[in-house]
Design a protein around this ligand. Structure first.
Ligand SMILES: [Zn+2]
Length: 254
């Protein structure tokens, strides 16, 4: 299985439009972060977790030409706003299966009403086949069982996903004991770490590190990063041995 980090930035991306911060001005490619998403492939299966506003650019950049499904974590725009740009995949493949919580599906129907139009739908509009994700009910993608992991983004429920010994959790602030129990014996955990300062709805760096200590994966990668966390190179030097900052275009093989 291969995991490709399409984007590792928080909601505004890095650099932020009009922000005069040293990290936004950095010339290090690892300090340039599109909105958070991953592309996961195994055998001939290809799926993405989230489809944010940078989706088009991300697909062009990584050379992805086929997706079998999209899994959504939650409905916030930095995770969903690229849905219109699945059209090139539709034109080659037909409807794309979209997996999400029923609340997220309802939200997409409201925001992308033309995608779900049943009468006189515009022929060039995107087409999806929605499949509801229910906690404690694994999903079958290709030959793999995907385990939804329920986390809390402040008051908002968000799904993370475990695939074999890999788990991807983003926008976590709190997580219940019974959900942490789903994360035993991981080779790789990806989890969000926004910045050093605390935040109401996202783990800060210390909370993410404490969570990693609790879960004990072999390796952990931090994502959903704000410019105020600091320069990639400097932050990574201060991390424990088995913890890394993810960066755009990083690919890991499991
Ligand atoms: Zn987010």
């Amino acid at each position: 299985m291969k995991v490709y980090f399409l984007g590792t930035g928080t909601s505004q991306g890095i650099p932020i439009i009009g922000v005069d911060h040293p990290v936004c001005k950095s010339t290090d490619a690892k300090d340039k972060r599109l909105r958070v998403a991953v592309w996961i492939t195994w055998e001939d299966y290809s799926c993405v977790i989230d489809c944010g506003p940078d989706f088009r650019q991300q697909m062009l950049r990584c050379g992805c030409t086929h997706i079998d499904s999209i899994l959504f974590t939650h409905e916030h725009a930095d995770h969903t706003a690229g849905l219109d740009d699945i059209r090139p995949f539709n034109f080659r493949q037909g409807a794309i299966p979209v997996y999400a919580h029923q609340r997220v599906i309802a939200n997409l129907k409201k925001r992308f009403d033309y995608v779900f139009e049943t009468v006189n739908k515009y022929p060039g509009a995107p087409t999806v086949a929605t499949i509801e994700v229910v906690n404690n009910q694994p999903i079958l993608l290709g030959n793999k069982k995907i385990i939804p992991v329920n986390v809390m983004h402040g008051d908002l429920q968000v799904f993370g996903y475990r695939i074999d010994d890999f788990a991807y959790l983003t926008d976590v602030k709190t997580i219940a004991e019974e959900e942490i129990a789903k994360l035993k014996n991981l080779k790789v955990l990806v989890v969000n770490a926004l910045r050093v300062e605390p935040h109401n709805t996202h783990f800060n760096l210390q909370e993410a590190l404490d969570f990693i200590t609790l879960v004990q994966p072999e390796k952990a990668y931090l994502t959903h990063i704000s410019h105020v966390l600091g320069f990639h190179e400097e932050v990574e030097k201060r991390l424990p041995e088995n913890v890394f900052l993810a960066y755009d275009n990083l690919e890991i093989t499991l």
